[in-house]
Design a protein around this ligand. Structure first.
Ligand SMILES: NC(=O)c1ccc[n+]([C@@H]2O[C@H](COP(=O)([O-])OP(=O)(O)OC[C@H]3O[C@@H](n4cnc5c(N)ncnc54)[C@H](O)[C@@H]3O)[C@@H](O)[C@H]2O)c1
Length: 470
């Protein structure tokens, strides 16, 4: 006999957020049925792959959660129509990239996928449906969704949008997970934010999280505060990275050590220690697009100074990538070396296979523009993705200058220079003594994540360049 579930949830979008988020909801709510749907058949097939190492997204612990729930109360499919029709709650977890053309181009979020999802919900839903914004959205997007859902009339008494015999409530429930620690972030969130207009729907969404999250950590706000808070959270996190990165340059000029400065200021409980690690620059699909979005919103409200303040975070981020690239290029020229660099890492941070907006891609592009050959190795990023990323930034990049390295250690004798781009633990654990014995001399390491022990590396004979320290 088929199991009767307490509630049916549909999630539109089986990406980095939809997949892990719904898997963790399924794990904690065996009494709910979760259908994750996507237009991308290939992605859905990967979610259904029996070989759990082939899931489309790599996140520590995700495979175990999927193994536990898939086929029981968690289903991945392209059956968008049927899943929406059966759902009491529909999460929208689709991509919201920066708009490339039209009004707000290069700043505002492109809401085409959100609008398409709203049209699908308007068409296929039955009875009352709670529509949840899980994607990160510009403040006031719920108005747009409402307009699409509510092509007829609005019942102002209970704030439910009505279309024919269908009713809708819109809730904002932004996701704060960090890639690389998505499963533990979802299992133990700092807070769950639920913004909405009607208490019944807010409670319905809160009930899901109450299966495993302490009620004190579930906070409710109005719709607009919730939408804006997500953008602001990302802007604050990125601001801390750009702040410390800007100071890494000052450290290099003054003899201060950025690691010591980070530690000294991070121990101040008013400041806190997280997001104070200097690096070649932040990446990921969210920080840049969310800041651009915030800048756009501020500018459209006539708040030019506010917009300029937040935009500066991106200026510093690009500057950090460029000055790291320049250190490598200058080294090759000054020492008259063969123009070849081995890049270790392409993912935007460790423990993820996501390369979107990775600083490594921008540095690779800078090196290629200077006619420097690059060897690229990342433990979780495949060749197709590397090719896609490089051509996405510059479709005419010189393909003859790019080598895909399967085993960096056995290839090391081709290089004088290594640049660490991602802080993968395995790079720290490499046998650097062996590498030094095989690498061409003179040997140079550019540590874009400050992960190596300078004393040990220098003692082996490497010329070491980190960020914000000598
Ligand atoms: N990646 C993160 O770490 C993160 C964290 C918090 C919030 N967010 C936000 O969550 C949202 C989703 O991000 P993501 O990284 O999961 O994106 P993603 O690109 O990995 O996944 C989005 C998926 O939605 C699918 N899709 C788009 N339109 C569809 C439609 N109409 N019907 C069915 N499927 C559709 C796409 O095919 C894609 O697989 C974005 O707004 C992002 O800003 C992302």
């Amino acid at each position: 006999m088929e199991k009767i579930f307490k509630k049916n949830i549909c999630c539109i979008g089986a990406g980095y957020v939809g997949g892990p988020t719904m898997s963790v909801i399924a794990l904690n709510c065996p009494d709910y049925r979760i259908d994750v749907v996507d237009v991308n058949k290939e992605r859905i097939n990967s979610w259904n792959n029996i070989d759990l190492s082939k899931l489309p997204i790599f996140e520590p612990g995700l495979d175990k959660v999927v193994e536990n729930c898939r086929g029981k109360n968690l289903f991945f499919s392209t059956n968008i129509k049927e899943s929406i029709s059966n759902a009491d709650i529909v999460f929208i977890s689709v991509n919201t990239p920066t708009k490339l053309k039209g009004i707000g181009a290069n700043y505002a979020s492109d809401l085409s996928w959100i609008e398409a999802s709203a049209r699908q919900i308007a068409k296929y839903s039955r009875n009352h449906t709670v529509v949840v914004e899980k994607s990160t959205l510009p403040v006031k997007t719920a108005e747009t969704i409402k307009t699409i859902l509510n092509s007829s009339k609005e019942d102002n008494t209970n704030k439910k949008t009505i279309k024919g015999n269908k009713t809708f409530s819109i809730i904002s429930n932004p996701e704060f997970l960090a890639e690389g620690s998505a499963i533990s972030d979802l299992q133990n969130p700092d807070r769950v934010l639920i913004g909405g207009e009607d208490t019944e729907s807010i409670n319905l969404i809160a009930d899901i999280y109450k299966h495993w999250v302490d009620s004190k950590r579930i906070i409710t706000t109005n719709l607009w505060s919730s939408e804006l808070s997500k953008l602001v959270a990302n802007a604050f996190l990125a601001q801390r990275i750009s702040s410390i990165n800007s100071l890494s340059e000052l450290c290099e000029e003054t003899g201060a050590d950025i690691e010591e400065v980070s530690k000294a200021i991070g121990m101040d409980s008013r400041i806190g220690s997280s997001f104070l690690k200097t690096s070649v620059g932040f990446g990921g699909s969210c920080f840049k697009k969310d800041i651009l979005n915030l800048v756009y919103i501020a500018r459209s409200q006539g708040l030019e100074k506010v917009a300029n303040y937040w935009e500066q975070i991106l200026v510093i981020n690009a500057h950090q990538r460029d000055r790291f690239s320049k250190k490598i290029i200058d080294c090759i020229e000054k020492n008259n070396l063969e123009p070849k660099v081995l890049l270790l890492g392409l993912a935007f941070k460790k423990d993820t296979n996501d390369t979107r907006e990775s600083a490594a891609i921008y540095v690779a592009n800078n090196l290629l523009n200077s006619k420097i050959e690059i060897g690229v190795f990342d433990p979780k990023v495949n060749i197709n993705q590397i090719q896609f990323d490089l051509s996405d930034l510059n479709e005419n990049y010189d393909k003859t200058l790019v080598k895909f390295i399967q085993d960096p250690v056995s290839n090391i004798s081709n290089y004088n220079l290594i640049a660490i781009m991602t802080e993968w633990d395995e790079f720290k654990e490499f046998d650097w003594q062996y590498i030094y014995s095989k690498i061409k001399k003179p040997a140079f390491i550019f540590d874009g994540r400050n992960i190596l022990n300078i004393e040990k590396i220098k003692k082996l004979g490497f010329n070491y360049t980190g960020l914000g320290r000598k």
